[in-house]
Design a protein around this ligand. Structure first.
Ligand SMILES: C[S@@+](CC[C@H](N)C(=O)[O-])C[C@H]1O[C@@H](n2cnc3c(N)ncnc32)[C@H](O)[C@@H]1O
Ligand code: SF4
Length: 464
């Protein structure tokens, strides 16, 4: 679809339009011919105010219009009016009703919690989301459920606690949907050893700044941290414990990830350093899909990894993706049902996102992607199956290019929620990250401001 704007709020207008069309290009006025079909978003000054309008034009005919009058110079009100007018006209024109309304950000629960923290009641917050942001009642239900299982981990905030993240940028193969920073290597490769050295250098380098802080959670993620040997993991842990105050550590997660790398040697090493939570990520329980997405394990390997982990008393998380290539709604549901039977404490239900940096996005014609309506059905079904099995949603986030404009949701058996995941999404705690392609987040309690600091994605540069 084409979009004509006569203002500079390009990001806002394009993102709202993209809720309705997979591609939206900005149109120059000179390109508008008699048979053009396009959306307009315009600002017209009127006696100290501005009129914001949105229309759809089809070959010279206007398909209705939406207008709002706001004070000139009120940037926030102008952005809101641009979003609302575009959303309303495009809903009418396409018949679509995007469930998150005009919210295009990745963290709706952060907004929910800010309102709750300000003292608004549950009913007032519901009204706000439904009428101001046009979020559907079902999604507000989800926000309420997530908040019920996460709010107490966020508030009251505690300035003395921070979390640490260690990013291991290596994997045994590349999954077709993935756009994370990672390098394909064999376990034991020399470059991994050099990388461990650089991570330890980083851990020491920043320690002085946090000498008064207590570490609440540690998270090894990636990539695939189980590409490290037990000895390398121990050295990193030694560096963390030597340079940071981990006396009151509440949670220690290691994203073991790929089932084929999970064995007794790894799990014993994790137990020995005090890891409390691990991730074993099936993504699906269908061999044909695992092959299609580039995983180098099969379903039997997933079952073996779960059986192995059961001997060590970790909290186990299982990542699942709904909408994977070549899968039907029924296959997605049967996959989830098998994972529920394995009984991990946490299940994270992701919705496939066609990330721009992924193989999938570049070779879309080679794959059969689940239609958006099916993805919506599969996610709704999955949500209900998890509730029926006694899991509750406790954190959620959205992503760019996410199928069906949906969300990723972390479910947990009651009382087993991951504190790190909640803190990471809510962004009210400092998280210091080590490793290539990682992001540290510094939260300033006094003025409620978050600053991010990224490291290079290039491991050679990182190791210099
Ligand atoms: C940071 S990734 C790393 C996990 C680990 N390396 C693994 O793949 O087992 C965490 C999770 O995000 C999900 N994920 C990654 N890319 C995705 C995509 N394009 N769409 C939906 N979910 C995705 C997968 O479920 C994955 O397990
Ligand atoms: S999804 Fe995980 S295992 Fe697959 S390439 Fe990405 S980081 Fe590596």
């Amino acid at each position: 679809m084409k979009l004509y704007i006569n203002h500079t709020y390009t990001y806002q207008s394009q993102h709202i339009s993209m809720l309705f069309f997979s591609r939206v290009d900005i149109l120059d006025i000179k390109e508008i011919g008699e048979d053009a079909v396009y959306i307009t978003s315009e600002i017209t000054p009127v006696n100290g105010d501005v009129i914001i309008s949105a229309r759809v034009v089809e070959r010279g005919q206007t398909f209705g219009d939406e207008t709002m009058r706001v004070e000139a110079g009120d940037d926030k009100a102008i952005k809101y009016a641009i979003s609302l007018t575009l959303f309303k006209i495009l809903s009418k024109y396409t018949g679509k009703r995007p469930s998150w309304g005009i919210l295009t950000g990745v963290r709706p629960t952060k907004r929910y919690h800010a309102l709750k923290y300000q003292g608004m009641s549950k009913a007032q917050i519901r009204t706000y989301f439904e009428t101001h942001d046009l979020v559907t009642p079902e999604k507000v239900d989800l926000l309420e459920q997530v908040s019920a299982h996460s709010y107490a981990h966020i508030f009251p905030m505690d300035d003395t606690k921070i979390s640490l993240y260690v990013g291991i940028a290596f994997c045994p193969s590349k999954c077709v949907y993935c756009s994370f920073t990672t390098n394909i290597k064999d376990k034991g490769d020399d470059v991994i050893e050099q990388y461990v050295g650089a991570v330890i250098r980083d851990i020491k380098l920043h320690a002085a700044r946090y000498k008064d802080k207590s570490i609440q959670t540690v998270y090894f993620g990636g990539g695939t941290p189980s590409m490290l040997t037990g000895e390398q993991i121990k050295r990193i842990d030694d560096a963390l414990r030597c340079h940071y105050n981990m006396n009151d550590l509440e949670e220690y997660t290691f994203e073991a990830g790929r089932p084929e790398l999970i064995d007794d040697a790894l799990l014993c090493a994790l137990k020995a350093i005090g890891v409390t939570r691990i991730c074993i990520n099936p993504q699906t329980m269908h061999d044909h899909t695992l092959k299609a997405i580039g995983r180098t394990h099969d379903v039997a390997e997933i079952r073996r990894a779960f059986a192995c982990a059961a001997r060590y008393d970790f909290i186990v998380n299982a990542d699942v993706i709904v909408g994977l290539v070549g899968e039907t709604v029924e296959e997605s549901a049967s996959s989830l049902s098998e994972i529920i039977e394995l009984s991990p404490e946490n299940i994270t239900l992701h919705t496939l996102s066609l990330k721009r940096g992924s193989i999938l996005h570049h070779r879309l014609d080679d794959y059969e992607v689940m239609p958006e309506n099916d993805v919506r059905r599969a996610v709704t079904l999955g949500h209900q199956m998890l509730l029926d099995a006694g899991y509750v949603p406790y954190y959620m986030y959205r992503q760019k290019y996410i199928s069906g404009n949906l969300e990723n949701v972390g479910y947990t058996k009651k009382g087993c929620e991951s504190i790190y995941n909640i803190q990471m999404i809510e962004e009210r705690q400092t998280v210091v990250a080590f490793g290539a392609g990682t992001t540290s987040k510094f939260y300033n309690f006094d003025d409620d401001i978050l600053t991010r600091q990224h490291t290079t994605k290039n491991i050679s540069e990182y190791m210099k």
